[in-house]
Write a protein that binds this ligand. Sequence first.
Ligand code: C2O
Length: 546
Amino acid sequence: CITRHYKFHIKLKNVTRLCHTKSLVTVNGKFPGPRITAREGDQLLIKVVNHVQNNISLHWHGIRQLQSGWADGPAYITQCPIQTAQTYVYNYTIIGQRGTLWWHAHVSWLRSTLYGPIIILPKIGVPYPFAKPYKEVPIIFGEWFNADTEAIINQALQTGGGPNVSEAYTINGLPGPLYNCSAKDTFKLKVKPGKTYMLRLINAALNDELFFSIANHTLTVVEVDAVYVKPFETETVLITPGQTTNVLLKTKPNFPNATFFMTARPYVTGLGTFDNSTVAGILQYEASLSLSIKHLPLFKPALPPLNDTAYATNFTNKLRSLASANFPANVPQKVDKQFFFTVGLGTNPCPQNQTCQGPNGTMFAASVNNVSFEMPTTALLQSHFFSQSQGVYTSDFPVIPIIRFNYTGNPPNNTMVSNGTKVVVLNFNTSVELIMQDTSILGAESHPLHLHGFNFYVVGQGFGNFDRNKDPAKFNLVDPVERNTVGVPSGGWVAIRFLADNPGVWFMHCHLEVHTSWGLKMAWVVLDGKLPNQKLLPPPADLPKC
Ligand code: C2O
């Protein structure tokens, strides 16, 4: 195991897409940002220097941060942001994880341009549980907005309405030939015939779950969220914001000069406005000398319809932990604490003397158990560590919904939320079962819920009301998929289990950025255990101050 040093200079860079040039906040002038490569067990020291006017904070999405919560990154949760001209070194060790993860800004909407892959290779000498691919290629999906995303979200929060949607989706920062003025900005993957490629798919889009497919090729899913799964074949992958998926692509033995589209477009069940465009990249076979060279037509994949919940459900049902001797599934078999959270949209009253663009003149909000999370002005982790929670947060997050919830398919009359900075406090090593039920209030949309600091097992999911008497009997406690971000299905529920073995303050939120901004977020405080390796370490000296 070694220590790897990275320098991330946050600076502006002019970038042109769709014939629009704008100044992006970037790492080292790169868009998308640089790739981090490490091995399981390595220590990372990432020095971030902020040369821009914005407050910056970076998050290493999916890294467990065992005992190193100070490096997790969500602004005002684990740290105050890095202000202009300040520096902070993110210092953490990758323990027990290998696969694809990613990093992104975790303050306001800056992650629209500040993101990049994290590739964690297995320890030296440890093979993949599948044949070694010929090549590995990160494919990171993003969203391009012609306007400044900070301005978009500020405007939306001020008027209480929905934000503008993106102009394009991107593959590795490139929108591709199906958009106007974009053909030259197309991602091309050149392949050799008869080889296996591993594509490391990452959904860094702000607000959309995506379907992804390559024409005339089948993909084999082998890993999600840096955890191996039982391999299965699929034509189309569903990937929500926050999630990562490794797939194997076997190229055909004889296809000289053939080209195929790879495309992605959203899976959306809600009624609001969204970007329904399609990003395309090109898979291109290198010429083979032994065969006559002839250009074949560009094949296009058939993606499922935009609202194909049946496809989405069928896909997620196939995901299973590998649960092998080398990679066991340590599903908590007994539960110490059970929680039932409703997740969904709601409303806040419009402030006096203001006109609001939300439903019936209200402001849009979003909540967990009817509580819309208010961001504190100082970081929760410091407040917790120094026992100074007073005036920062309260420990009375409701363990069941404030307003009793019954899913009927119709929104209730009262959509108002409560506001507060509330957390749930857990003792070290508590085994948690959490049922998350989508309310479908004001928009039947699936919510990709992301938990910081842990992987969890998805032990069950279904539609309609979660039935406490019947549904737990059907839970999979043998080989459920283990991950860090899960789609709570629109009009349905998921059940997850995790062991609270990581002391600190851990954010949980919808990874649709607009829903996070509206308050679909909360935090868990996990107390220290008794042993030295069960305690949060003290903060580093350069931890930014608010
Ligand atoms: Cu990838 Cu809190 O997020």
